[in-house]
Ligand binder design. Structure first.
Ligand code: C2O
Ligand code: CU
Length: 463
């Protein structure tokens, strides 16, 4: 009997990866459903014009130039992508919010080896859920994501209601100086607080872009916050927006957008009834900070289609198992500050500081021997995470591989939303329920990257 060490497992998955099929996927493919031709995602250094002063150098993306492509997948249909690394920094791809096999999850050491310069890794999986998701590396993320590697995923459901237009916005900031070039990506002092904010805001790598949409028509607006730090508070002017989905899942009950706070990693889908008058402008703003900003505008064009948002049929619920609260085991999870010393060294982009901890343990970085799991869960059993925020800051806490349902909070009324990220307030205690139905090691971390990288990370093991 060979002994299965983590190292052997990684080798095995690297070999499987080279042939386009991950080990864990074998059972999911039938002969009739062979993996499709992989989409090539090659990491590249690029330049782009974010500010008027001229192109920003040292940007990072997948593909030839410009923003990472919006990847379109179909619910229940196989998808394949070949990551080729064209930059001299190890990388991976994590498919944020997609409930796929662990080997495809893109977390160095926990689920796959690094992909070095000129190496490749094949991802192949079938997305079980429809909605708005996103992708990003899980390696040296402060730099790789900070410099551009954040892209949006749309998983289509052919049974979705029909809209007159669809617009996808990749929302993020850039840390640029007055000359349009990158400045220091973070300040330790800020990493120990709310995080270091960008200096330039953007939607689809542009400042305040304007898009046309049919007058009187129904616009499906998909927003993804892919920024490394910023919490957004969305507001719409010039038209009413109906919230139809959050974090890739339909909301239990639709409501009109007043303002809504969402953190890094989260997504919002709005149905916007465009104004009847040609030329009328609808604007999307973020009013969270003391510096409110218009993110993008939408201009009504043509004769009014005279549509009514109440005619929109429902979105299918995603096939996420419901936890059994009566038998569920509880997992305590406390977010706190940490006084530990920073890791002395890490090959995957340690920031060199420790400020945060989960259950008093600060993640030591992406090392070959990570800390023990937060909890070991039994496959198929129900669990409730009792999460408590002992810090004076907001944290968008993200769980890989499984979706949870928000059960209750001590600070506000919550809707039973199915999600992968919960934005927890200071002094809030929240209960998140889920069925441990996906085997493997699943990372759980704050999506403010400076928090994640300075201790606020852990993982759950499902066996
Ligand atoms: Cu958006 Cu660990 O992920
Ligand atoms: Cu945080």
């Amino acid at each position: 009997m060979p002994i299965l060490t983590r190292r052997n497992l990684l080798k095995a998955s690297a070999v499987a990866g080279a042939y386009g099929v991950g080990l864990g996927l074998a059972g999911r493919f039938t002969a009739a459903q062979a993996a499709p031709e992989p989409m090539v995602l090659k990491t590249q250094k690029t330049e782009a014009k974010i500010m008027d002063v001229g192109p920003t150098k040292n940007m990072l993306t997948w593909g030839e130039h410009g923003m990472p492509p919006v990847i379109r997948m179909k619910k229940g249909e196989p998808f394949a992508a070949r990551l080729i690394n064209g930059i001299d920094d190890p990388t991976t791809i994590h498919w944020h919010g997609l409930r796929i096999p662990n080997k495809m999850d893109g977390v160095p050491f926990l689920t796959q080896p690094y992909v070095y310069l000129n190496d490749a890794f094949d991802y192949a999986f079938t997305p079980p859920d429809a909605g708005t998701f996103w992708y990003h590396p899980h390696c040296n993320t402060m730099t790789q994501m900070g410099h551009g590697m954040t892209g949006v995923i749309v998983v289509e459901n052919p049974k979705d209601p029909v809209f007159d237009a669809e617009i996808v916005l990749n929302l993020r900031d850039w840390r640029l100086g007055g000359d349009g070039q990158f400045i220091q990506q973070f300040k330790p002092r800020d990493a120990a607080r709310a995080g270091t904010f960008g200096t330039v805001r953007s939607a689809n790598w542009q400042q305040q872009p304007q898009y046309d949409a049919p007058a009187g028509g129904l616009l499906r607006l998909r927003l993804a916050i892919t920024d490394v730090t910023r919490i957004y508070s969305f507001k719409l002017d010039g038209a009413a927006g109906t919230v139809i989905a959050i974090d890739g899942n339909p909301v239990p009950e639709r409501f009109t957008l007043d303002t809504l706070d969402l953190g890094p990693g989260e997504r919002l889908e709005l149905a916007i009834r465009m104004p009847d008058d040609e030329g009328a402008i609808v604007s999307l703003s973020d009013i969270h900070s003391t510096n409110p900003a218009v993110l993008a505008t939408f201009r009504a064009v043509g004769n009014s289609l005279k549509r009514d948002v109440r005619d929109l049929g429902p979105l299918d619920a995603n096939p996420v198992a419901k936890a059994d609260l009566s038998s569920a085991e509880h997992i305590p999870l406390q977010l706190s500050a940490s006084a530990d010393k920073g890791p002395s060294d890490s090959i995957c982009g340690s920031l060199g500081y420790t400020f945060w901890a989960i259950n008093k343990v600060a993640w030591q970085g992406d090392t070959p021997d990570p800390t023990a799991p937060l909890a070991e869960l039994k496959l198929g059993k129900s669990y409730v995470i009792d999460m408590e925020n002992l810090t004076p800051h907001l944290h968008p806490i993200h769980l890989h591989g499984m979706s949870f349902t928000t059960v209750s909070s001590n600070t506000k009324q919550v809707m039973p939303l199915v999600s992968d990220t919960y934005l927890i307030e200071p002094n809030e205690k929240v209960q998140l329920s889920f069925v441990a139905d996906n085997p493997g090691d699943w990372l759980l971390h704050c999506h403010i990257i400076e928090h994640q990288k300075t201790g606020m990370t852990s993982y759950l093991r499902v066996v």
